[in-house]
Every structure is written in structure tokens, then in C-alpha cells.
Design a binder for this molecule. Sequence first.
Ligand code: ZN
Length: 244
Amino acid sequence: MKALWWLLGSAGLAVLAADLLGRQFGLGALGGGDAGGNRVALTFDDGPSPQLPALLEVLARHEVRATFFLTGELAERSPEALRAMKSAGHQLESHGHVHRHALMFTPWGEARRLGWHPEPGRKERLYRPPWGGHSPFTRLLARRAGVKVALWNAESRDWLAQDGAALARELLPTLGGGAVILLHDGPDAERSARTQALLEVLLPALRERGLDAVTLHELEPRPIGWAAGWGRVRGMWVGNSETR
Ligand SMILES: [Zn+2]
């Protein structure tokens, strides 16, 4: 009986440590780019959604290329969406085969989820876990699958039921060189309209401030160390202005 409690306790601690170090601190995952530079990266999770063409139109009109972290299940159903993103010069990466928290998988299930990528043959491949969630095996499995875990350091909060333009105005003062902004493609028309409204305010304002929105390849995000990790943790508890 004692051994069972010891085992359960150790497993619980491993889960807590993975969440704290992997998701909250983000230690060793790719975070932001050069803070002294003038580049930022827009990253869109959860697509491709049925609203993708409208989102691509906004990006094209503002002459911006972005990075899409795609869900395998959805991507496999719409090869034409992948072609549209690719031909517009956007970067395609993995958000996992299915959109579920890492703790919902067995280690071999998580390995399968991590093995999916929209461009499997490519040399440098990125993986963004849904919600940034980590199991005790996530980093090990990512390394084995040859993918780098890529997080973000600025949240658009486009999942909140608020006016898109207002969200952009809240986000803007928190942004500087090297920002990797978390946004979403869909999942429904209402949320996509909010994200598009946010972009209509954000993109001209970035340009006005001399900040270029580029893909993650171009931004060259850096691994998160203890100092940047501590900034992330404080941001989660203190507020959006500290997420960088
Ligand atoms: Zn997601």
C-alpha cells in the first residue's frame, strides 16, 4: 500500500513539474525573437477553419505573412486550405494531430499525436502543444519526433467575448521587437470575425511603430531561459502586460 501511495505521489509531482517547467516557464521551448530588433510574428492556432479564406484575405491585404499551427484532423480534411496558405507564403507547423491536452494521452498516443506534421519531410519542424500543455513525456517525445516545441510570448486573447478592436488596443502597448503573438484561426464565424477585427487595428499600428510582422522562420525565435521563463510566469499571474 505504501508503495502505491509513493508511486501515485511521484506521478503527481511529475505532472506538476511538467506543467510548471514546460508550460508556465516554457523552459527550453522556443519563445520570442530578438527583443532589440523590429520584427514580430503572428501565429494562428487551431486551423484550418472554414473561415480561413477571410483570414487569408486580411493578411494579404496588409501584405503580412504569418505562421499557422494546424490541427492534423482538420488539415487532412482540407488539402486546398494547405495549398492556399502555402502559396500565400505562410509557414505551416503542427498543433498536434488532435486538439487535446497532453495529459489526455498515453505516452504512445502522445507520440502519435506529435508525429503528425503538415510538411513531414521538412528539416526544421515546429510543434505547439494545445494550450501549451505538457505531460512529463512531451519534451522527450518531441525530441524523438525531431520537432521543436514552440510557444509564444504575447497573447491576443482573441478567445474572449470582447470587441476585436478593443483587444488590439490592449495588446499593442505590450508588444515590442521579438514578440510572438498567439492568435486563432476560427473555430467559428463569430470568433474569426473578432480575430479579423483585431488584425485590422493591429496590423496598421504595428507598421506605424516600425514593427514588421514576419514568419517564425524569419523571426528566429530563441529558447526560453530562466529569466524569460520567470517573466512568463509573472505574466500569467500578474496580467497581459508582463507576458513578453
Ligand atoms: Zn489550440
